[in-house]
Design a protein around this ligand. Structure first.
Ligand code: PLP
Length: 433
């Protein structure tokens, strides 16, 4: 298996190279040069996530030095549960896929831990430390910091938009120290992401640092996200004999892209519906066919405040024809008023406390039902509600218990610096301190 750039398929890389580089030399994103094909029988006898993951990802690592270590990588990365919970009180058959049982209580732990386990096993000719540069809309930075904290071969630099993440997320981003540096950037997530992209193309930084990315542009984060779609869809397929449909809270389109890839390689997945917040770049595109990135706007589901989702480039490289693409995906947008209403209503009617991101998917589920949708629906739950206690508790009137993993991080001192939203400010920080 080789990986190609979305912009120029003559740029080829092995899995290790694609993971180590993060972004292709031409600024494009790495995608598999061709996709394997599975049928459900290929997973017979496999029930646990690390085992399913190893089988699923084997062809994606074929021919690469990581192939022989894939089992170890999967066991190291996926060492926490991924429950699929039946939503008993739902008006129609539905389950919740809980992706928040990792160390930082959001789905980003899957990708970050797999990436750390992989990068740690890739030999490097350059003996300098690696510098992982990560822009975060709230959860990525914490997950990456947790996954790489105290690993001797790497430094981590986290950029987050100051004031645009929840208090507890900010604490999770800045509680690390040691080999992790956290910058509160005076700007939006899109600006943080632009700084990272520019840093990668900057000749002077290339000279001084061995940069690598941990954003969802890294294929080493996307591949592992396919695995929970594999596990949960197989589980429901075996139980019900039909393909479940998924509703996925969407920002930068990384989580959803992984689901699209999982279906593309033959896993039993029916419809895929994207739930966005009031940032409507994706929903507008799927309606009109016109791609119009714009500045992001702040919403209650802040980890999805993305106006120019990077992974659209991957989606369009998979389905170059717009009508074909349109047939592959549904999308629906949920505003803050609806997020609040859904948090309140579902806490009573479904006995579920959502995080604000998951609430967008829960709202879209009800919308789909009111439009006559059938089948079994999976609401993808991307974070634990305790990370967003302010908004969640004010709407539901219930206190959200704090999971142990989060309580530990909340008790640590906060260590961060402010940074202007420019490449030169970042360059100065990296090169002078
Ligand atoms: C990152 C994140 C999202 C959005 O995921 P994308 O892969 O960027 O689409 C949704 N919910 C939560 C809690 C997140 O942290």
């Amino acid at each position: 298996m080789h990986y190609i750039s979305t912009r120029d398929s003559s740029h080829q890389a092995s899995l290790s190279e694609a993971i180590a580089r993060g972004i292709a030399p031409d600024g494009g994103l790495y995608v598999p040069g061709d996709f394997p094909h599975f049928n459900t029988r290929d997973f017979d006898g496999l029930n646990e996530l690390p085992d399913i993951a190893e089988r699923l990802l084997a062809p994606f690592a074929e021919g690469d030095p990581l192939a022989s270590q894939l089992g170890d990588i999967c066991r190291e990365a996926f060492n926490f549960p991924v429950p699929l919970v039946t939503l008993d009180q739902a008006p129609a058959p539905a389950s919740v896929l809980e992706l928040f049982h990792g160390p930082t209580c959001a789905f980003k732990d899957f990708g970050a831990r797999f990436l750390a386990a992989s990068l740690g096993r890739i030999p490097r000719a350059d003996k300098r430390k690696l510098t992982i540069l990560v822009a975060t809309s709230g959860d990525t930075g914490g997950a990456v910091a947790a996954a790489f904290h105290k690993k001797p071969w790497v430094d981590v630099v986290v950029l987050y938009p100051k004031g645009l993440v929840s208090e507890r997320q900010a604490q999770q981003l800045a509680c690390w120290g040691d080999n992790v540096r956290t910058f509160a950037v005076n700007g939006t997530f899109d600006e943080c992401q632009r700084m990272v992209k520019e840093a990668f193309l900057d000749a002077s930084l290339k000279e001084s640092h061995q940069l690598s990315s941990a954003n969802s542009i890294n294929v080493g984060r996307l591949l592992p996200q396919m695995t929970y779609y594999a596990k949960s869809s197989l589980e429901l397929w075996r139980q019900l004999g039909r393909r479940p449909n998924y509703i996925i809270p969407t920002g930068n389109l990384g989580n959803a892209m992984a689901c699209v890839w999982a279906r593309h390689v033959g896993l039993p997945i029916g419809e895929i519906v994207l739930a966005t917040n009031a940032n409507q770049t994706v929903t507008d595109f799927l309606r009109s066919g016109e791609w119009q990135p714009r500045a992001s706007i702040a919403t209650l589901a802040s980890a999805m405040d993305v106006g120019n989702p990077s992974n659209m480039e991957r989606l369009r490289s998979l389905h170059a024809d717009f009508e074909e693409l349109q047939g592959q995906l549904g999308a629906s947008s949920v505003d803050d008023i609806e997020i609040r209403g859904t948090l309140r209503r579902d806490s009573h009617e479904l006995n579920r406390i959502w995080c604000p991101h998951t609430a967008t998917a829960a709202k879209v589920y009800r919308r789909m039902l009111s439009r006559g949708a059938r089948g079994h629906w999976v609401i993808v739950s991307t974070a634990h509600p305790a990370k967003f206690n302010d908004i969640v508790e004010s709407q539901t009137g219930q206190e959200v218990p704090v999971p142990q993993a989060l309580a530990t991080l909340l008790s640590l001192p906060r260590q961060e610096q402010e940074l202007e939203a420019s490449l030169s400010a970042l360059r100065t920080q990296l090169q002078t301190t």
